[in-house]
Design a protein around this ligand. Sequence first.
Ligand code: FAD
Length: 433
Amino acid sequence: MTDKFDCIVVGAGPAGVACAYKLAKAGLSVIVFERGEYPGSKNVSGGVLYSTVLNKLIPDFWQEAPVERHVAKRRYSILSKDSEMAVEFSFDEFNKPPYNNSFTVLRSKFDRWFAKKAEDAGAFILTETVVDDFIRESGKVIGVKARREGGDIYANVVVCAEGANSLLAEKTGLKKKPTDHQMITAEKEIISLPREVIEDRFSLDSDEGMTIEFFGDAVKGMIGSGFIYTNKDSLSVGVGCPISVMKKNNMRPNDLMEAFKSHPIVRKFLRGGKTEELSAKMIPEPGYKNLPALITNGLLIVGDAAGFVNPSLYREGSNMAMASGVMAAEAILEAKEKGDFSEAGLNSYVKRLNESFVMKDLKRFGDAPERLSGMPHLFKEYPDAILKMAEGYFTVSDMPKRETQQLARQHFRDKISVWKFLWDMYKARRAIM
Ligand SMILES: Cc1cc2nc3c(=O)[nH]c(=O)nc-3n(C[C@H](O)[C@H](O)[C@H](O)COP(=O)(O)OP(=O)(O)OC[C@H]3O[C@@H](n4cnc5c(N)ncnc54)[C@H](O)[C@@H]3O)c2cc1C
């Protein structure tokens, strides 16, 4: 093994691999450390890959990548204990390349493929190797301490792409330990079903996919959501809520997942399915104001480790991870040309991020969880009241329709004043759309 690399990347998720791919393509020597048995073995994702960045790195990647389905249908569903209010969108335009840059993927397959592309480009990916710390000299990161024999490895620059549980980034002091409020705990299952059943049940043509996001009683009326995404012959099914909310409600992730799967509306989508895989992971939602410092001498932080997740209805993590990985690589290439890997030499990473959709979207949506946390009634009282009103509207009886409608509206107004409702809807829309 070379004594010193141009760049060390810690973590072979989308952020680290995108960075390594770009650098290796440009001819730099790059080593990626991954603690998992193979890239993707430790990664959990609900599975929608937004691919604007990937499609620039590897044009028409879907022709060779192990994608499951392109997302042509989206459904948003609000649940009360036994009822559902849903809106569904279906777009024929999204059936054409580049498929609206949205694909369902299974991360264990996808990450492996992506890492192989970086290897083919010249990056060296070392799996089953945990990085325990950075090596510093005179205030500069100059390498990493890997947990294996002869594990001190040196480089001009290190990229921290270790994901949400970012212990190394915290050790640098660039990042504070996140609060329970800033972390989502998510649980996910892969549930197998025959391909034809999925296509019939979700009204999909071959290769078309659907995402369903559930709110309200899906997660026991807490802030958070559940989801079902269609793969070729399986469903990705999961729930996620802030740790602080789970603690407050004395709820364990596994109990929440079981309650979600057995909700009368949800269980119909899963009928006959078999759980093949169960995993749990964190999603960082620090908010724009709490993003860490992103660079120091010899080090850049990318992806989830930096808190780059759009928590709004757009739910974008992997695309932001890849975008930040690519921008880190571009900044490193510039720094190499100048021979300056100091904080000042790497600063174009921050400039690039600020000018990109990553920071613009985080600025716009990053604080959504904090804003919504002041409105817990949106997730419990509102779904119940709206669905009860709708039930009243649609109940067939001998009463004149005018009277049934008045009763239904009155039932709603008894619970929530119209002005409060309109004001809350305005605030919620600003937070998440
Ligand atoms: C349940 C769930 C559902 C999600 N759904 C979506 C979705 O639908 N769409 C979307 O865009 N995003 C989604 N996300 C978020 C998305 O998964 C992340 O934003 C994305 O994976 C971040 O990529 P990353 O490369 O920064 O980190 P990761 O993908 O977490 O990769 C980090 C890698 O670093 C390795 N590692 C960590 N520490 C070390 C160490 N010390 N030494 C060596 N290796 C180390 C890990 O094993 C891992 O492979 C979801 C997340 C979860 C948990």
